[in-house]
Structure formats: C-alpha cells, structure tokens
Design a protein. Structure first.
Length: 196
C-alpha cells in the first residue's frame, strides 16, 4: 500500500518535535522529587525507627550537596547572564524560584517528621537527642574531645580549598553547631529492639 501525499503530510503534522521543552523534566526539580521519595521513607512508619532517622539524615546531606553544587551553579549562571536554556526550557532564575518553593515544602515536612515523630519515638526508646545546653560538664567534655579529635582534623585540610568550594567558608561554624547536639544512647540494653 502506497501513502498518498496527503497522508504523508498528516503524519508529519502528528509527529512531535522531540526538542519540544514540554517533553523534558527539569533536571534540578527531578532531583528534588527524588529527595521527596527519600523523605517518604523517613515518614514510613513501617520502617524501623533508626532506618527512618537515617533516611532523614540522607535527605539533609543530599540537600546540602544539591545546594552547594547545583544551586550555586544556577546562581553563577544568573550572575553571568547566561541565556542558554536547558532542554526543558526553564531559565536559571526560574529554576531557582521553583527549587526554593519545593525545598521549603521538603524542609517543613522533614522538620515536622523529626520534631513531632522521630525525636519523641527515639526518646521513648531510650535514645536521647540533647541540646548542648542540656549536657552536663562530662558530656560537654566528650563532645569537645570528639570535635577536636575526629571532626576538626577532617575540616582542617579544607582550609586550602575553601576559596574554591561554595559553602566551605561556613563549614567550621556549621559543624560546630551540629556538634552542639549529641545523640546519646542511654543504656542501649533497655532500648526498644524494634528501633534498632
């Protein structure tokens, strides 16, 4: 069977342009959707408690890296006036706005999960997350020793590359703030085995 000229023209009209931006998903927003799935694992009550805590930690780590690398790259594009669009057709400034909106939702859900679900469950299981101010002098000494012996040596080599890595300028302050929370397992023998 031979196609008529009219059939060929109709077929060409029905053929979509594979470069059409509507056919593409934005790379950065796709990455945030993946992070949403990581958060869903932290929210899933069928997962063991400490696995849920790990998923929340993974989310935080992934978002840190996402902002240090990908969002900083977008900001540099905006600052440089880059006009080349990605395949999805979304300009860098628009991507940053969409990232902000999505990330604020993710962080709010993660914070709610931590404060209203995971921390109370950890406490009930005999695992206590304390603010630095709640520690006694002996515990503060352990935190200081841990920071001095384990964390600070890892940060020190970063001094030489701080100028080339976004976010590392504040790494010392951020890490110190992180160390002001101590995950203390008080008598793990009495901890709920279901959370381990």
């Amino acid at each position: 069977m031979t196609m008529t000229t009219e059939q060929k023209q109709t077929d060409q009209e029905n053929f979509e342009d594979l470069n059409d931006p509507r056919l593409f998903i934005n790379r950065e927003l796709s990455m945030l959707e993946f992070q949403r799935r990581v958060l869903e694992e932290a929210l899933d009550e069928t997962n063991p408690l400490l696995e849920r805590v790990k998923f929340l930690a993974i989310l935080g780590s992934n978002l840190d890296e996402f902002f240090m690398l990908r969002v900083s790259g977008l900001k540099k594009q905006v600052d440089a006036g880059v006009v080349n669009l990605p395949p999805d057709g979304m300009p860098p400034a628009e991507q940053i706005a969409a990232i902000r909106k999505s990330t604020l939702q993710l962080i709010a859900q993660a914070r709610d999960c931590l404060r209203n679900d995971l921390l109370p469950r950890l406490n009930q299981s005999g695992i206590h997350v304390l603010d630095y101010a709640e520690l006694d002098e002996k515990q503060k000494g352990h935190v200081k020793s841990y920071f001095d012996e384990v964390i600070f040596p890892v940060l020190t080599p970063a001094e030489s590359v701080r100028h080339s890595r976004p976010g590392l300028r504040r790494a010392g302050r951020k890490t110190k703030g992180t160390c002001q929370k101590l995950l203390r397992r008080s008598d793990l023998s009495g901890a709920d085995p279901a959370c381990l």
